[in-house]
Design a protein around this ligand. Sequence first.
Ligand code: NAD
Ligand code: UD1
Length: 338
Amino acid sequence: MSKILVTGGAGYIGSHTCIELLNNGYEVLVLDNLSNSSDESLKRVQTITHKKLEFVNGDIRDRELLDKLFSENTFEAVIHFAGFKAVGESCEIPLDYYDNNVYGTIVLCQAMKAANVKSIVFSSSATVYGDPASLPIMEDFPLSATNPYGRSKLMVEEMMGDLFKSDNDWGIALLRYFNPVGAHPSGQIGEDPNDIPNNLMPFVSQVAIGKLEKLRVFGNDYPTVDGTGVRDYIHVVDLAIGHVRAIERLKSNKGVQIWNLGVGKGYSVLEMVAAFEKASGKDVPYEIVDRRSGDIAACYANPEKALKELNWKAERELEEMVTDAWRWQSQNPNGYAS
Ligand code: NAD
Ligand code: UD1
């Protein structure tokens, strides 16, 4: 049986990906320092799948630990989720972001090279496209970054390109996620932000459940359907399945391969709010405030490359995204601490 090392596997996208890996017959070892998660997610992954995974509480920057894991296990590939992800925070503590996201990935790749494990799937982001000149976004669009978080993703992408140039045995999948939302349909795992959420969906969920008073909609004067920002929201289960497809592709294709993982359709903030209200039966009060600095008007993917090369396509519609997000939120009002 093939074994996959999943860094950051206790987090939001990682835990959903563990389910899909286990359900597809992979063995899984999660390395996570629980800096933004709880191992409760992994307990629930095992309950949902009726399968076991291994968990090591540790840091990707710990080279000794990595060497030990690579010597004790035969990994087919690594899926690398571990990192920090809050844009605003990355502007306040940029060095911590470069340390964790860039240096952490360097240590991981060094350990992989030493162990001759040369297949990696990396969590990149649509943020690397900056403010795109046109839509929908294709993988060969120009790249840019406007904040340390985005720059850390761009740096890792470029570093991995250099790594392949130096050694053609590497198989590297750069997955550029659009806006992951929703939760596993069991309602047992989902997104569990530590603090007041920055992202739209967890914020809306917490307003609906009464933990937050109202949503602040960042601008209604964008050139979009109703003036509010448009994004390509993708169900986290679809996203998770994309990782399994990428692992399968790496079995026979080396090189740096890049895929947009999005639905290919954009929804506005107010459309998301309306869908959420309908699914939850709760009101989501909101006020319109100024634009958030760094935001763009609209962003959505052209996901055709992933369809052609990975045979992957997002299957879950908006209604399923908001229904599943609400099931998770209402069953776990305080996340994993509930
Ligand atoms: P998350 O914070 O829920 O998961 C990240 C996990 O990595 C957490 O469990 C955290 O404890 C762990 N971690 C962080 N630093 C670590 C370290 N040094 N060693 C070991 N473990 C460490 O985030 P997520 O939403 O699941 O995102 C996963 C990845 O996808 C991240 O790299 C993120 O930047 C990227 N991404 C996320 C989104 C999004 O909207 N959620 C969008 C695009 C890209
Ligand atoms: C943000 C990050 C991006 C990151 C992504 C996933 C910024 C500028 N970008 O993307 O780099 O990859 O999260 O983690 O932070 N909105 C509101 N009120 C809110 C929250 C959001 O109106 O309280 C609006 C935003 O203006 C935007 C949409 O909702 O139009 C989605 O916002 P969000 O969920 O934060 O995602 P992005 O900004 O797309």
